[in-house]
Write a protein that binds this ligand. Structure first.
Ligand code: SF4
Length: 338
């Protein structure tokens, strides 16, 4: 059976003055209603490009999208803009990272929540305002009936993020894409926003894609986890599987570069050496090979010449054998992670 959101062999390319950027290459994943998929990776790994492709928000004049994006069986790749525009808001919505940029400073928060509701449902101004107040209450804004007339600058960062979630959910979308929704917030507010998303999901049964560069954010929030590097999926599994026994050296690196609760503050983190490759000329073979400490384990030039595929279901796109990965992880990586 096809999942509610099904992405198959997605490729996204941008034409730039310097050449063609292969931002996403051969990406596949599925997501059911009521589940949350985390997509994790460094900047430029293709996470946000993927979400914009699902929402149909790329500029078609400079973007080439290939592959299949099915939402409840409906093909979104190449769908006409009016169809996508109707789906955005009715069926799918997005929460952006930067609420100051995403919310207009010229309109009240209430109006910005009420307008998409009016547009998509044909509700009267009065009913749309009542709906905006209801949504602000739902996302935990105190005195919602008064705050509905505030402008964004009168809200704190956490409240603006809640208002953006209210705006995204006002038409009860079945798919919500949250792109780094907590990055600009302090840790306490971060946890509140993630709890809020989970609560709202339990009420509505929506599917959520949570995009983040921070593995700490996904641990208690997502069901499945997709790790992306240089535009490709390098690891997939349930969040428990991936965090307990990661099967890709890049995931080991991401985990090793996170601070641990209870660790000595003097203890240095282990950042991944090097930088992500330019997507104007991605490296051949495994895209991680210029930064990987385990290429000698595979032997010869295989990592630099042969692209490892991500197996269907649980797995990592790496030439190391399953046994070798397990022994490296338990012997070398786990002691470092603690
Ligand atoms: Fe490292 Fe080779 Fe595995 Fe890529 S395929 S992650 S370079 S060991």
């Amino acid at each position: 059976m096809t999942p509610f959101l099904s992405v198959r062999d997605l490729s996204v390319r941008f034409a730039t003055e310097d050449g063609t950027v292969q931002a996403v290459d051969g990406l596949s994943f599925g997501l059911e209603r009521g589940r949350t998929l985390g997509i994790v990776g460094e900047s430029g790994s293709g996470k946000s490009v993927t979400s914009l492709a699902v929402l149909g928000l790329h500029d078609p004049r400079r973007t080439t999208i290939r592959g299949e994006i099915l939402l409840d069986g409906q093909e979104l790749t190449g769908a006409p803009e009016p169809v996508l525009e109707k789906l955005r808001g009715d069926t799918m919505a997005m929460v952006f990272q930067d609420s100051l940029t995403a919310l207009s400073p010229y309109y009240t928060v209430g109006r910005q929540i009420a307008e998409p509701f009016r547009k998509h449902t044909g509700a009267s101004r009065r009913d749309a305002r009542l709906r905006a107040i209801e949504m602000l209450e739902k996302v935990g804004i105190p005195n919602a009936a008064l705050r509905v007339d505030d402008y964004p600058h009168q809200f704190s960062g956490g409240m603006r993020q809640r208002a953006m979630i209210a705006m995204a959910l006002v038409c009860d979308p079945e798919l919500l894409i949250a792109d780094e929704p907590t990055t600009a917030l302090d840790v306490t507010v971060q946890a509140q926003i993630l709890d809020l998303l989970k609560d709202l999901q339990q009420q509505t049964g929506s599917a959520i894609v949570l995009i983040t560069h921070d593995l700490g954010v996904v641990a208690n929030t997502v069901d499945e986890l997709l790790v992306m590097y240089a535009g490709r999926a390098v690891e997939y599994g349930t969040v428990r599987e991936v965090l307990r026994e990661p099967r890709h050296p890049y995931t080991w690196g991401l985990l090793g570069s996170m601070p641990r609760l209870g660790s000595d503050v003097e203890e240095p983190l282990s950042p991944i050496p090097g930088t992500p490759p330019s997507l104007l000329a991605p490296p051949p073979g495994c895209p991680f090979h210029p930064r990987c400490a385990f290429t000698a384990e595979v032997g010869g030039e295989r990592c630099a010449t042969e692209r490892p595929e991500l197996p269907d279901g649980r797995g990592g796109a790496c030439h190391l054998s399953a046994e070798r990965k397990r022994s490296i992880f338990t012997g070398q990586i786990k002691p470092r992670l603690g």
